[in-house]
Design a protein around this ligand. Structure first.
Ligand SMILES: Nc1nc2c(ncn2[C@@H]2O[C@H](COP(=O)(O)OP(=O)(O)OP(=O)(O)O)[C@@H](O)[C@H]2O)c(=O)[nH]1
Ligand SMILES: [Mg+2]
Length: 305
């Protein structure tokens, strides 16, 4: 920059995306950032901890906080996730509330809107999945949601197709408070690559396994070694609760874990642009859902009860 040149002041906003499980929060973060930083699955409760995706919009840095879906929690892990999601909202400069337009104002969405009274920051309503819904229904839904909670503005978008995403980014950029950027300009996420690697494996696990099993498993990266030939050796452990679950994760003749490992390895290699050697181990840890160390690894507070 030449001396004396007028430049826009930098802006930086922390924006929490909250919403019911499966509303498309992680998909929207990836779309706003422009690369995959958060895992996405058709299953509810995919995101467990706060993850920040970072996007630039002109002179504004948008720090997008992906939160676990807000729902009525039962297990200890669920309670930790919901507390984490609300903490994310209270710490942010702007709160974006995502509603699945296909589902509309169901009990989950209603409960969430009611609790928004406690949120003091500017609030944005984002109706997502508009590709699945007729326009007239959308307008009615936007009206009904705005009657329930006070929003500064409303967007109707499709996070998967990208419709409306640029408008959201632009609005957030122009409403960010002036201030220095929090991260280097070229950073896309605050998560260390080891954590992203564990998340990618967890995504493949969610996609390949069904019913309760994904929820009763967690993945940790145990080691990450850069080798002289430029490739990376990654070792990960998949924790499950019971021996019967371990059998399912392994699959007949190890077929299931092989497929999970292959899909995860390929995606990780794409992202880091290096050859990856991925080694997966499955361990039975009865009650990992009550083990504080597993929460620390996931970046969650451990609820006392
Ligand atoms: N048709 C359609 N599907 C979408 C859209 N956005 C997200 N999805 C799908 O909705 C599912 C859930 O998306 P996620 O991004 O994982 O949702 P989430 O809100 O992060 O979910 P949790 O982490 O479980 O709270 C995935 O199958 C997405 O592909 C959209 O605009 N249109
Ligand atoms: Mg998510």
């Amino acid at each position: 920059m030449a001396d004396g040149e007028q430049t826009e002041p930098t802006r930086c906003a922390f924006i929490a995306l909250i919403g019911a499980p499966n509303a498309g929060k992680s998909t929207l973060i990836n779309a706003l950032v422009g690369s995959k930083v958060a895992i996405v699955t058709p299953k509810v409760q995919t995101t467990r901890a706060l993850l920040r995706g970072i996007a630039m919009e002109g002179a504004s840095q948008l720090v997008l906080i992906d939160t676990p879906g807000i729902f009525a929690p039962r297990r200890r892990l669920d309670r930790a996730m919901v507390t984490t999601a609300w903490d994310g909202a209270h710490d942010a400069d702007i709160v974006a509330v995502l509603i699945d337009a296909k589902k509309g104002l169901d009990d989950e969405a209603e409960a969430l809107l009611t609790k928004l009274d406690e949120v003091r920051q500017p609030k944005v309503l984002i109706l997502n999945k508009v590709d699945l819904v007729e326009k007239t229904r959308l307008l009615a839904l936007a009206q009904a949601a705005n009657d329930k909670a006070k929003f500064d503005t409303t967007f109707m978008i499709s996070a998967t197709k990208g419709d409306g995403v640029a408008d959201v980014r632009k609005w957030l950029g122009s409403h960010a408070p002036t201030g220095p950027w929090h991260y280097p300009e070229d950073e896309v996420s605050d998560a260390p690559v080891r954590q992203l690697a564990a998340e990618i494996t967890r995504e493949k696990l969610y996609l390949k396994l069904h019913q309760e099993l994904p929820y009763q498993s967690t993945v940790e990266t145990e080691s990450w070694t850069e080798r002289k030939d430029g490739s990376v050796r990654v070792e990960q452990t998949i924790y499950v609760e019971r021996d019967s679950q371990k059998k399912i994760v392994l699959g007949k003749a190890g077929q299931t874990i092989k497929a999970i490992g292959e899909a995860a390895r390929r995606e990780l290699a794409d992202i880091i642009e290096k050859k990856v050697h991925l080694f997966l181990f499955v361990k039975v840890r009865d009650g990992w859902g009550d083990d504080p160390e597993r929460y620390r690894q996931m970046g969650l507070e451990f609820p006392k009860e």
